[in-house]
Design a protein around this ligand. Structure first.
Ligand code: C2E
Ligand code: MG
Ligand code: MG
Ligand code: MG
Length: 282
């Protein structure tokens, strides 16, 4: 009986598995060509001062426009880019384009607007990472303090000396560092005092239910207070409505980001947004 079942499930799974690996291979080969075919595009989402509604910075969010697959969202291709190492050249392109965009906004508004860039572990650990960051800044004449690198707790799990050194190097260069998706990473909180972070970004899963689940409200309040007592700035992610905004204002959350303010926008639309909402908070 067991043998029979094993055999039939084996027979059942083989074609599906090979279909999946075929899809992956196809995606990988498309991704290899995507940079030179200029299929990647950065979208930008405002990060806003909760008290004043003024803009502080924008987060760069990667999109892939593929002629066959259409608009591909990062959750669908970043993991494969990480596995294959393609995230290294893609990430360099992102850094370059993000700094270029921030310099352009200064020309439009006359003011310094920060840019936040997501960095995944494979990219961070690449030996050329520090140089790539410095090059993107100098190529685009962007002040280091206008660049914020967003990393997740996942990167800190290995507790490596190299990770600590790179973080310190970035910090001494004046680049800002934030913990993205805070609260989802299962890592020990002690890293917050040993690494030079500037900002905590509260994961949207906590923010989305602050008005529905009193536990989430308690957690968000506690995260804000803890961050402030450690001297960190707090950004709430995934803010979708006015009640959430009020709650965050009341709790003293410094900045917010979410559909309530704006969806991530293509460069041209973001520039339009800047022209019309151009109250800037630095
Ligand atoms: P993340 O860094 O946490 O980015 C925030 C995500 O939340 C974005 O998803 C954004 O579109 C979405 N979001 C913003 N406001 C709201 C809201 O009010 N409600 C909801 N439900 N969602 C909101 P997106 O653009 O799909 O990116 C997903 C993840 O992919 C990012 O999460 C980040 O981890 C990764 N990613 C994006 N761009 C890059 C990149 O250039 N490099 C690397 N390594 N990772 C990237
Ligand atoms: Mg992020
Ligand atoms: Mg610092
Ligand atoms: Mg996040």
């Amino acid at each position: 009986q067991a043998k029979h079942q094993g055999k039939s499930s084996y027979a059942h799974f083989t074609p599906e598995l090979s279909e999946i690996s075929h899809e992956r291979l196809q995606m990988e080969s498309r991704m290899r060509r995507a940079l030179e075919l200029q299929e990647f595009e950065l979208y930008f989402q405002p990060i806003v001062d909760t008290a004043t509604g003024k803009l502080r910075a924008a987060e760069a969010l990667l999109r892939w426009n593929n002629p066959v697959m259409g608009l591909v969202m990062p959750d669908r291709f970043i993991p494969l880019a990480e596995e294959t190492g393609l995230i290294v050249p893609i990430g360099e392109w992102v850094l370059e384009q993000a700094c270029l965009a921030a310099t352009g906004w200064k020309a439009i508004t006359g003011q310094d607007i920060g840019i936040s860039v997501n960095v995944s572990p494979r990219q961070f650990r690449d030996p050329g990472f520090t140089k790539a960051v410095m090059r993107a800044l100098s190529n685009n004449e962007l002040a280091p303090k206008r660049l914020e690198l967003e990393i997740t707790e996942r990167l800190l799990l290995d507790n490596s000396i190299e990770t600590a050194e790179i973080l310190r190097e970035m910090d001494s260069a004046g680049i800002r560092l934030s913990v993205d998706d805070f609260g989802t990473g299962y890592s020990a909180l002690s890293y917050l005092k040993s690494y030079p972070f500037d900002t905590l970004k509260i994961d949207k899963s906590f923010v989305q239910d602050v008005m529905k689940e009193s536990e989430d409200a308690t957690l968000v309040r506690a995260i804000i207070n803890m961050a402030h007592s450690l001297g960190l700035t707090v950004v709430a992610e995934g803010v979708e409505d006015e009640q959430q905004t009020h709650f965050l204002q009341q709790e003293g959350c410094d900045f917010a980001q979410g559909y309530f303010y704006s969806r991530p926008l293509p460069a041209g639309e973001f520039t339009e947004w800047l022209r019309t909402n151009h109250r800037i908070s630095i």
